[in-house]
Design a protein. Structure first.
Length: 452
């Protein structure tokens, strides 16, 4: 029933591998943990979500592997250089449905941490018989973590395609204060999106929703704030409000959500939108509205970033003038002038020979205090070991893009990682941390640290 996004499968190797960055640079990439380094990938595999950091501990999720093969939540203690699984998903199953995990399966999206150190996240699958995903909380007591399900999607229409409340929440959660790096308070509303689902008039999968979770009297309730393209059957590509929300959403101080869809918008290649707290959605920009091939402005955006002046930055996975065929992606900026938003392409990926500058930008962007933007590409970097390149970490300083690191420079197993498509996070010392979907010797990905 649930539409699953295809993910690259993989496996991994060891700890403590350090690789030099580009020649002439003192920068280094260090593998903190190689996934799937234990029997049966009990430590998890193919991590593809942005990491978070609290104190000296990194937290993340991997959608596959673990002791029950349903994915894991993990931590890496930087003080002791210790990786550990804090929860194995698919520990329990839905009655009469032994293949469906009642505690969730395939955790995805960046985790949220509250002021007490508890974690919140989403799973693509599991929950109830419709296998439509969950929102969960991981509570720490001493050294033990326990899971409680805050919400299970599609609770009513057993066996039906239509999940009015959403299906496949793959982009994680947000809350008031997250944009300023404030810890979640543990009780205010949580917001997120589902990739499909909604009250589709044709009774099909639906094109995704934005939802709100509210805590009252110890019980969480879910409400749909916006249904994308409710009048159209699955993926008709013509809806002005967009289809298939994906990537990082930002909640501003006025209670408005800013985000993107990777389809719809008339051009069929996605939109950037704003949703007020009362549920009014406005399409700020439509990609590929001219239906050119490739789309010079980009297509299939994967989340947004707001700067202090209210400008919007993001990356598009395809389009632009770099590369060939449908283009290798863009870094874009949206600027508001008198209520009208205009887009400018700040960088076209694969503009350099052999896509030395990266190709197919993916994952959440971050901005430092100087206004520099950091991100990752899934491909490119021009290393001959992997056809098309194994991905990059890049920086945009307001005028130009520079590659900070190219993955898989020499090793045929890409021991340093391959496809860093989730983005990076930055600590107070400007060190970057992330994970890769593949590579690491066993091909299950790595958790890494990059020192610029």
């Amino acid at each position: 029933m649930t539409m699953q996004r295809k993910s690259c499968l993989s496996l991994l190797l060891a700890v403590g591998l350090a690789c030099a960055a580009t020649p002439g640079s003192a920068s280094t990439e260090t593998v903190l943990h190689t996934m799937c380094s234990s029997s049966g990938c009990a430590d998890g595999e193919i991590p593809q979500s942005q990491l978070i950091k609290s104190g000296n501990v990194l937290y993340g999720v991997a959608p596959s592997g673990g002791s029950h093969s349903g994915g894991v939540a993990f931590q890496y203690d930087l003080s002791s250089s210790t990786y550990s699984v804090i929860y194995n998903f698919c520990t329990t199953h839905v009655p009469l449905h032994p293949t469906i995990c009642s505690d969730g399966e395939s955790p995805t999206g960046r985790l949220v941490i509250d002021s007490d150190g508890n974690l919140y996240g989403t799973t693509q699958l599991g929950g109830n018989a419709n296998n439509a995903g969950t929102v969960y909380k991981l509570t720490k007591s001493g050294s033990t973590w326990s899971l409680s399900s805050l919400y299970k999607f599609c609770p009513e229409k057993i066996g039906d395609l239509e999940c009015d409340d959403g299906d496949d929440p793959l982009s994680g959660l947000t809350y008031y204060g997250q944009a300023s790096d404030s810890a979640y308070d543990g009780s205010s509303a949580l917001y997120g999106s589902t990739y499909v689902g909604g009250n589709d008039s044709a009774g099909a999968y639906g094109n995704g929703v934005i939802f709100k979770l509210t805590l009252s009297g110890g019980t969480w309730s879910q409400s749909v704030m916006h249904e994308f393209c409710p009048s159209c059957t699955e993926l008709c590509y013509s809806c002005s409000d967009g289809e298939r929300p994906i990537g990082q959403m930002i909640l501003d101080g006025d209670g408005a959500l800013w985000g993107s869809t990777e389809a719809g918008g008339g051009g069929g290649e996605g939109v950037v939108f704003k949703l007020t707290g009362s549920g009014t959605e406005t399409t700020l920009y439509t990609f590929c509205s001219t239906h050119a091939s490739p789309c010079s402005d980009g297509g299939q955006p994967t989340g947004v970033l707001l700067d202090a002046s209210g400008n919007i930055f993001g990356t598009a996975q395809i389009g632009g003038s770099g590369g060939s065929g449908s283009g290798a992606g863009t870094l874009f900026k949206l600027t508001n002038s008198g209520g009208t938003w205009s887009e400018s392409v700040k960088y076209n990926f694969c503009s350099a020979s052999s896509c030395n500058d990266g190709s197919v930008p993916r994952g959440d962007l971050i901005m430092d205090s100087s206004g520099n933007i950091f991100g990752t590409t899934a491909l490119g970097g021009s290393h001959a070991v992997v056809s098309g390149g194994a991905g990059t970490i890049w920086k945009y300083n307001g005028t130009s893009e520079s590659v900070l690191y190219k993955f898989c420079p020499t090793s045929s197993t890409c021991a340093d990682g391959e496809d860093p498509g989730a983005g990076v996070m930055m600590d107070a010392s400007a060190n970057l941390y992330g994970d890769t979907v593949m590579g690491g010797g066993s091909a299950g990905g790595v958790v890494y640290k990059f020192v610029p």
